[in-house]
Structures are given as structure tokens and as C-alpha cells.
Design a protein around this ligand. Structure first.
Ligand code: HEC
Ligand code: HEC
Length: 325
């Protein structure tokens, strides 16, 4: 009996030791991202113009890192809150909650340019905390280094908005451990020449994070194979109603196969230069998660390139009821 107890105690000790060693390994080895480089990004007029275009109309920073006016369709960014952070992202599986951070100079004052590049493209905060990939660093890490530097230069010019402290995130187990393994060194590729429509469109579609909403995922967050851009991901915008992302593949019956390039561009252009309608008179107060007003500022030629890329995808049959129960 005694020997058995001793054996059991020994086993328990071994398991605890192994778990401890595993945790130590996880914390010492991950996030597996090189240190921030000590680059200094000068604010040239070209950089600022490019950065402004990307941040305000393409890559989505201020869709998440700002307040949104959910009383209007597609929830435009509230003036004076660009970069302020504090937007809450819940997933209906408490206690899992994220908060976008303050990325105005009031929040990033102490950060070096290299630390910012690393956070945006490799997913590690200034103090080494691994970021959850709802912050789309895996996508930004594939953009050109030039475009990322333009984004950083422009962020420095945002009006400082105090918003401290943004509440801390809560990740449940085992996500709290898994999140350490996700950050990875950026793999910048040059921006393709706009004359290569499909390659340039693919670059923009990645940078604009379209797939994060339009490619359905399983409950582990893995994209469903064969369902790239096929839509169907459900959202409750600001906690109200139900909207599903559209099928953007060229299937004629269930995707955008019958849309002309002009119709595609016009969908976005319709939101240009005007405040979108309010939800009053709309009984269900149904809003959309699709940031139409934000993307409306994208250049026609860039929207056309995105269209060219979407047309090059394999058509997927997937009927989506966008607004519904
Ligand atoms: C889909 C929403 C979303 C988009 C788009 C997005 N972010 Fe974030 N970002 C977040 C969230 C949420 C966090 C916090 C993640 C966490 O706590 O793990 C974050 C964290 C950050 C951080 C780390 C700040 C800190 O104090 O640790 C930086 C820097 C940042 N984002 C910059 C950007 C920039 C620049 C862009 C555009 C190029 C951008 N983000 C686009 C949601 C987003
Ligand atoms: C935050 C989530 C989100 C992001 C990011 C997003 N979409 Fe959407 N999109 C939706 C949802 C939800 C709908 C369906 C509701 C609607 O039409 O507003 C939609 C609808 C659309 C439609 C209308 C299709 C139809 O059948 O009417 C097009 C076109 C579209 N998105 C293209 C894009 C492109 C291109 C991008 C990237 C530049 C993008 N979306 C990024 C959520 C998103």
C-alpha cells in the first residue's frame, strides 16, 4: 500500500513538474517575435498622405480604435474619436472580452516607431504582451514595409485624445495560453504594381481585412476550407439584431457573379460624402457590421482592383440571408 501511495505521489509530482516545465517553455519561448528595430520614420508629405488614406479608408484602424455612431446605418466613426480606443469586443462567451487600445499620441506617446511597427505587424505590445489576432496583425504583417511606415507616420499626427485607462482584456483558458503562440515575425512583401489587377486587388483585400468577416470560421477560429469569401458569418451589430456577411465569390446565383464592376463600385460610392441614414423608422433597428461609410473613401481604382481579385476566386455556392432572424 505504502509503495503504491509513494508511486502515486511520485507520478503527481512528475505531472506537476512537466506542466511547470511546459509553462516555463511557453512563457520563455513565446511570443516568438524578434525585438523591435530602432527605425525612425520621418514624416514626409508622401508618407503622411499615404498613411492618411490607408488609416482613414482602407486598413480599418479607426473602425475599431474609435467610437462608432450605431444610430446610423454602418455606424460611421464619431468625429473627434479617431484612434481613441475603448471599443469593446465581446463574443458571447464570457469572460472573453477585448478592448481596442488608445492609438492616438495620448496612448502611444512613449512608444518608439519600431515598437509600433512590431505591434501592428507581429502582434506584440510594447511590454511584450501578445495581442489577440482580432487586431489583424497577421494581415498587416503581409503588407509592404513602406505602407506600414506610412501608417505609423500618420498615427503620430492624430489629435491626442485622452482615454485612460482602457479596460484590460479577459481571455479564458486555454486562449490565455494559446494567444502567446500566435504573434509571428512580419513577412513584408512589396505592394504589387496597380497594373497587375488581380495581385494588386489581393494585396488591398488583405490590407482591408475583408476576409475576417467574409470567410466563415469554425468555433476554433479556423477558416472553413473551401469557403473562402463565401460569407455567412453572423453578427449582432452593437448587440442588436442579426446580420450575416455576404457571399463575395463569383457564384452567379448566391454570390456577386452577376455584378458588373460599375455596380460593385457604386455600392461603396453610395455612402460617399454624406452621413448615412439613421435607423429611425426601421422597426427592428437593424444595422450592419459592414463598414460601408469607412470604405466609401477608397479610390474607385482600388475598389475596381478588389473587384478584379474577387472575380478571380473560385465560385462557392452559399446562399446567405443577410438580414434576418
Ligand atoms: C478588427 C478591429 C481592429 C482593427 C481593424 C485594428 N485594431 Fe488594433 N487592436 C484591436 C484590439 C481589440 C486590440 C487589443 C488586442 C488585445 O488586447 O489583445 C488592438 C491593439 C492594438 C495595438 C496595441 C496597443 C497596446 O497598447 O498594446 C496597436 C498599436 C494597434 N492595435 C494599432 C492598430 C493599427 C495601427 C491598426 C490599423 C493598421 C489597427 N490597430 C487595426 C482591434 C483592431
Ligand atoms: C466587420 C465585418 C466586415 C468587413 C471587415 C467587411 N464586410 Fe462586407 N459585409 C459585411 C456584412 C455583415 C455584410 C452584409 C450586410 C450588408 O450588406 O451591409 C457585408 C456585405 C458586403 C457586400 C454586399 C454584397 C451583397 O450581396 O449585397 C459587399 C460587396 C461587401 N460586403 C464587400 C466587402 C469588401 C470588399 C470588404 C473589404 C474591403 C468587406 N466587405 C469588409 C461585413 C463586413
Amino acid at each position: 500500500m505504502k509503495t503504491l501511495l509513494k508511486l502515486l505521489a511520485g507520478l503527481v509530482a512528475l505531472v506537476v513538474l512537466l506542466a511547470g516545465a511546459g509553462l516555463a517553455y511557453l512563457f520563455l519561448t513565446y511570443p516568438a517575435v524578434p525585438p523591435a528595430d530602432d527605425v525612425r520614420i520621418g514624416a514626409t508629405p508622401e508618407r503622411l498622405a499615404r498613411g492618411q488614406y490607408l488609416v482613414e479608408n482602407v486598413v480599418g484602424c479607426v473602425v475599431c480604435h474609435a467610437d462608432r455612431d450605431w444610430s446610423r446605418f454602418s455606424a460611421p466613426v464619431v468625429a473627434g474619436t479617431k484612434g481613441k480606443g475603448g471599443q469593446r469586443f465581446g463574443f458571447g462567451v464570457e469572460p472573453f472580452v477585448l478592448y481596442a487600445k488608445n492609438i492616438t499620441p495620448a496612448g502611444l506617446g512613449e512608444w518608439t516607431d519600431g515598437e509600433l511597427v512590431r505591434a501592428i505587424t507581429a502582434g506584440v505590445s510594447r511590454d511584450g504582451t501578445p495581442l489577440f489576432p482580432l487586431m489583424p496583425y497577421p494581415r498587416y504583417g503581409k503588407m509592404s514595409r513602406d505602407d506600414i511606415e506610412a501608417i505609423v507616420a500618420y498615427l503620430r499626427t492624430l489629435p491626442a485624445v485622452a482615454n485612460d485607462p482602457v479596460p484590460a482584456r479577459t481571455l479564458n483558458f486555454p486562449l490565455s495560453l494559446i494567444v502567446r503562440t500566435i504573434p509571428a515575425a512580419a513577412s513584408h512583401a512589396p505592394r504589387p504594381d496597380p497594373s497587375d489587377r488581380v495581385a494588386y486587388g489581393r494585396y488591398l483585400t488583405n490590407a482591408a481585412v475583408c476576409a475576417d468577416c467574409h470567410t466563415p470560421i469554425d468555433d476554433q477560429g479556423t477558416p472553413l476550407p473551401g469557403k473562402e469569401f463565401a460569407g455567412g458569418t453572423a453578427f449582432a451589430p452593437n448587440g442588436v439584431g442579426l446580420v450575416r456577411s455576404a457571399n463575395l465569390t463569383p457564384d452567379a446565383a448566391t454570390g456577386i457573379g452577376t455584378w458588373t464592376e460599375e455596380q460593385f463600385v457604386e455600392k461603396f460610392r453610395a455612402y460617399r460624402g454624406q452621413a448615412p441614414r439613421t435607423l429611425e423608422g426601421n422597426e427592428r433597428l437593424q444595422n450592419t457590421e459592414m463598414p460601408w461609410t469607412y470604405y466609401a473613401g477608397m479610390r474607385d481604382d482600388d475598389l475596381r482592383a478588389i473587384y478584379a481579385y474577387l472575380r478571380s476566386l473560385p465560385p462557392v455556392v452559399n446562399r446567405v440571408e443577410k438580414f434576418g432572424r
